[in-house]
Design a protein around this ligand. Structure first.
Ligand SMILES: C[S@@+](CC[C@H](N)C(=O)[O-])C[C@H]1O[C@@H](n2cnc3c(N)ncnc32)[C@H](O)[C@@H]1O
Length: 269
């Protein structure tokens, strides 16, 4: 595991301001959050009541995408950037259920995610997991660390769920995606989710303004066209760029609400 020392001190210092990883954990019904996170989380829910649905739909999308990639596309390597706090079904558990030899590298820059990273490292004996404490704004560092566990000559699924919305400049976000995809073998995939003000998410605009004044890191929404741009020349799989709740829904998802969070998967040919 790669990480900075003193994370407990960093985590303690960050208790004064709400942080995304912990508030996301709160919306998902987790316990790894502080009073300040719950206060901001509740306030955002008051302004934008479907935020809890967004968080749950996003995690459900993650489960379906990892299963699809492992089962149908034969992917055995995952680079999960913006991992979030561990939940019941993390990328490695889903992938290794299908293929125990799967190798997963997690990346997040939040000290509390680092503090809980141990439960992301419970790999099957045949596979491997690693955790990298790094900022998505530094793709070269991510690739350098990921290369210790992943073989870039074989396909990798680059998972960027709910993370590019924290890279405010679209050109920079595009540069990060392009750089991370660049060394990956043909057959690699990009999976992402991203909040939008389209799909009925207009109420989210006020909530995002509140978030940006009261919590970290600052966030933004993007349009379908902007999200499509991240896929560049990748072949976007069916059903395209849709509400993540509507991306190949399973029986449990079909009656769930459509959420204002795009989800899509593309293949590098
Ligand atoms: C909305 S959560 C999404 C978690 C998970 N991917 C999911 O879909 O459930 C976003 C995560 O990205 C992390 N994050 C935000 N900005 C980041 C950055 N610049 N570098 C690395 N991680 C970041 C946060 O700490 C948080 O854990």
């Amino acid at each position: 595991m790669t990480g900075s020392s003193g994370y407990a001190e960093q985590a303690a210092r960050s208790q004064g301001v709400a942080h995304n990883a912990r508030v996301w954990n709160y919306w998902l019904g987790g316990k790894d959050n502080y009073v300040v996170d719950r206060k901001v989380g509740d306030h955002v829910t008051g302004m934008y009541p479907s935020i809890g649905d967004v968080a749950r739909a996003d995690r459900s999308f993650l489960g379906r995408v990892v299963s699809h990639l492992a089962r149908e596309a034969g992917i055995r390597q995952f680079l999960d950037v913006g991992t979030g706090l561990p939940t019941a079904d993390n990328t490695h558990q889903i992938a290794q259920r299908v293929a125990p030899e799967s190798r997963i590298v997690y990346v997040d820059n939040d000290p509390i995610v680092l503090a809980h990273a141990r439960s992301l490292l419970t790999t099957s004996p045949e596979g491997a997991t690693d955790y990298v404490d790094a900022d998505a704004h530094d793709p070269d560092l991510i690739l350098e660390h990921a290369a210790r566990t992943l073989d870039f000559d074989r396909p990798v699924a680059l998972m960027m769920l709910g993370i590019l919305n924290f890279v405010l400049d679209t050109e920079e976000a595009q540069g990060i995606v392009d750089r991370l995809l660049e060394p990956l073998a043909p057959g690699s995939h990009l999976a992402l989710t991203h909040p939008t003000l389209e799909l009925g998410g207009e109420a989210n605009a006020e909530a995002m303004r509140f978030w940006n004044e009261n919590a970290k890191p600052p966030i933004r929404a993007r349009t379908r066209d902007e999200v499509a741009g991240f896929f560049g020349s990748l072949e976007i799989l069916e059903p395209g760029i849709v509400s993540c709740a509507r991306w190949r829904p399973g029986p449990d998802d079909e009656n769930g609400p459509e959420v204002a969070q795009f989800g899509a998967v593309g293949r590098k040919n």
